[in-house]
Write a new protein. Structure first.
Length: 242
């Protein structure tokens, strides 16, 4: 993606495969509620694919800045059967969000870590209006984003686990900032609507940030206007659940 097309938002999500194995055993009908017909055709009841599909949808709605709630589960459809994945946003949600010309980019894959997790990264990019003279983003261009993963305790009292996961997410954000070469000090805060944001007393525009934590892992994606991809690639060679 070119810097002439602003990134509206980024989203990252992680989910444990064991969670989806357990969920599909307890509530096999969950796929009918959470996924569209198109998504179910790709998932085919496989826990690994269900985890990837859910992570991709979560990352997409985070990138749109709304999350599930304002967006119904089937307002955003991510087709992981295509390469790159195609994203469809319902007309109702586009109107609610004020989206005119935009492009969504999603990548999802299984990590090689233990325990294995599904991780997805998404970005929403504003496309220039027709006749503006600006250069639109091209499919072959890359997103300037750094991604980092941190371990967190997966067992213990629920409150302690959540606190540890949030601490791991903060560490992941700092690693992402370092990977982008960002030397200004930032504090991870929350916007009034609950979204994570970076704040600093230093001058300049703060990078975009998204965090997620689940199953003993915390992930952070940090994005600013530099061209290229920086930092750790948690997906390795790409999607492994073929």
């Amino acid at each position: 993606m070119t810097s002439s097309c602003p990134v509206l938002g980024i989203g990252i999500d992680v989910t444990g495969l064991w969670r989806w194995r357990s969920l599909l055993l307890r509530e096999p009908d969950v796929v009918d509620v959470a996924f569209s017909e198109q998504e179910r055709a790709w998932v085919r009841g496989m826990p690994e694919r269900a985890a990837l599909q859910w992570a991709a949808k979560e990352a997409a709605v985070k990138a749109l800045g709304c999350g599930f709630g304002p967006a119904d589960w089937q307002d955003v459809v991510v087709d992981l059967a295509t390469s790159p994945p195609a994203v469809q946003i319902s007309p109702r949600l586009r109107v609610d969000l004020g989206l005119r010309r935009y492009r969504m980019v999603v990548r999802a894959g299984l990590s090689r870590r233990t325990p294995p997790i599904a991780i997805a990264l998404a970005a929403a990019v504003a496309m220039p209006p027709h006749g503006s003279g600006a250069t639109p983003a091209q499919p072959g261009q890359t997103l300037p984003v750094a991604v980092a993963l941190e371990r967190a305790p997966a067992s213990g009292p629920r409150v302690a686990v959540r606190c540890a996961e949030r601490g791991a997410a903060v560490r992941a954000v700092q690693r992402g900032l370092a990977a982008l070469g960002e030397t200004r000090p930032y504090v991870l805060d929350r916007s009034p609507d609950g979204r994570p944001l970076l704040q600093s007393d230093a001058a300049g525009e703060a990078p975009l940030v998204s965090i997620a934590h689940c199953s003993g892992w915390a992930a952070a994606a940090v994005c600013r206007g530099a061209v290229g991809v920086a930092g750790e690639d948690p997906l390795g060679a790409g999607r492994e659940a073929a």
